[in-house]
Ligand binder design. Structure first.
Ligand code: SF4
Length: 311
């Protein structure tokens, strides 16, 4: 009688099949679905408008985007200045260095003219000065612009956090806090922090990357100096995660349908709304083209208006 080989295959049986062939066969035998590689912006793009998602992530070559937005330039400049503030030695983290830091990171694109750009610079510098006045220069965050990543049964998620702090939790042991800077016109409240899928996914991922509890998420609105915070529970984080997984499944189903011959316009429908005016793909999108577009500097113009004015 032939003895079984240590691998369980009969000795002298057929030679092993090439790896590619095995993988193909496994695919038919219930190999797990491929993971959906995503960031918060990718998930958010689909949730906002499937067609915008398609233009940004599916169509190749991608359709041309509109011109750069001044409010994005302003946000990026402020974020990078804060990143560099933390990259400086603690004894150099003083308000006087902020002007130099901001100049070094200033993005000029999208402004109407030099006067508007100068005004935005002054405004941003004032935000930063008042913000760092409330920070302890000796504090070292656990991460600044740190990428956190996690895999689930459906997602391979990665995202860049603005800041991850470590602070004592209710029992005195250190817990992580996700901090996200905001530079838009209006302030934010606890509902914005609670409802933010991006913040919840960052917290979920950070908890696993650093092996420490991470339940608190905070939106730091620099123009008003306010902080909107929410304390997640394991259940609320899982709820947000499961919503993100549902979105990922919808995206994969739409992509599969197109690969199988479905009409891409039907698989990725438009979701028209006020956001069309701000959409990078408004000129490409048949629905968006009917909406008047905003000027690249409109949102920065509105920073000067009193909050509460109609859109
Ligand atoms: S213009 Fe509006 S409908 Fe068209 S892709 Fe952009 S957000 Fe969607």
């Amino acid at each position: 009688m032939r003895r079984p080989s240590p691998t369980g295959r009969p000795a002298g049986g057929r030679p092993p099949r090439p790896r590619a062939e095995q993988a193909e066969q496994l695919g038919f035998e219930g190999m797990p679905e491929r993971l959906f590689v995503c960031t918060p912006s990718k998930l958010g793009a689909y949730a906002d408008c499937p067609r915008r998602y398609r233009y940004a992530y599916v169509d190749r070559p991608a359709p041309p985007k509109g011109p750069p937005w001044a409010h994005n330039s302003l946000g990026a400049s402020v974020h990078t200045a804060l990143k560099n503030w933390y990259a400086s030695a603690p004894d150099r983290r003083r308000p006087e260095v902020l002007g130099t830091l901001l100049k070094g990171t200033w993005v000029r694109e999208g402004y109407r003219d030099d006067e508007q750009e100068r005004d935005a610079f002054r405004r941003a510098l004032a935000w930063l000065e008042s913000y760092v006045a409330g920070l302890d220069p000796a504090d070292e965050p656990v991460g600044v612009e740190r990428v956190v990543a996690v895999k689930t049964a459906v997602l391979a998620f990665n995202g860049r956090t603005d800041r991850i702090d470590s602070r004592p939790g209710p029992d005195g042991r250190p817990e992580l806090v996700i901090v996200d800077y905001k530079t838009g016109r209006t302030g934010l409240d606890a509902d914005d922090a609670r409802g933010s899928q991006a913040l919840a996914l960052y917290a979920y991922a950070a908890e696993r990357v650093f092996r420490k509890p991470c339940r608190r998420v905070e939106l730091h609105h620099l123009p008003t100096g306010t902080v909107a915070a929410h304390e997640h529970t394991p259940e609320s984080l899982h709820r947000q995660l499961s919503r993100a997984e549902d979105t990922a499944r919808d995206i994969m189903a739409a992509e599969r349908a197109v690969a199988d011959g479905a009409d891409p316009d039907a698989a990725f429908p438009t979701e028209p709304g006020p956001r069309c005016g701000w959409c990078d793909y408004r000129r490409t999108c048949p629905t968006g083209a009917q909406t008047p577009g905003k000027e690249p500097w409109s949102a920065v113009d509105r920073l000067a208006e009193p909050v509460g004015d109609a859109d």
